[in-house]
Write a new protein. Sequence first.
Length: 85
Amino acid sequence: MEKLIITAAICGAEVTKEQNPNVPYTVEEIVREAKSAVDAGAAIVHLHVRWDDGTPTQDRGRFQECEEAILKVCPNVILIPSTDA
């Protein structure tokens, strides 16, 4: 069998809940989607973060909060943070 690496971009940089109600905004939603992607076979999670109201952010603290929360439930996932808004 050929090897395959799956990357999941779980948030998108500019997609809103109005466009897709499944877009995660909160830390809890982001963790849920990351875990779902990993459970489905993703090895990498490409991560944009937002404030709870959906505003995209490049805030270092918010990235750290999300990354730490994801790694608690998906300790082997590779995280690729993105600040492209």
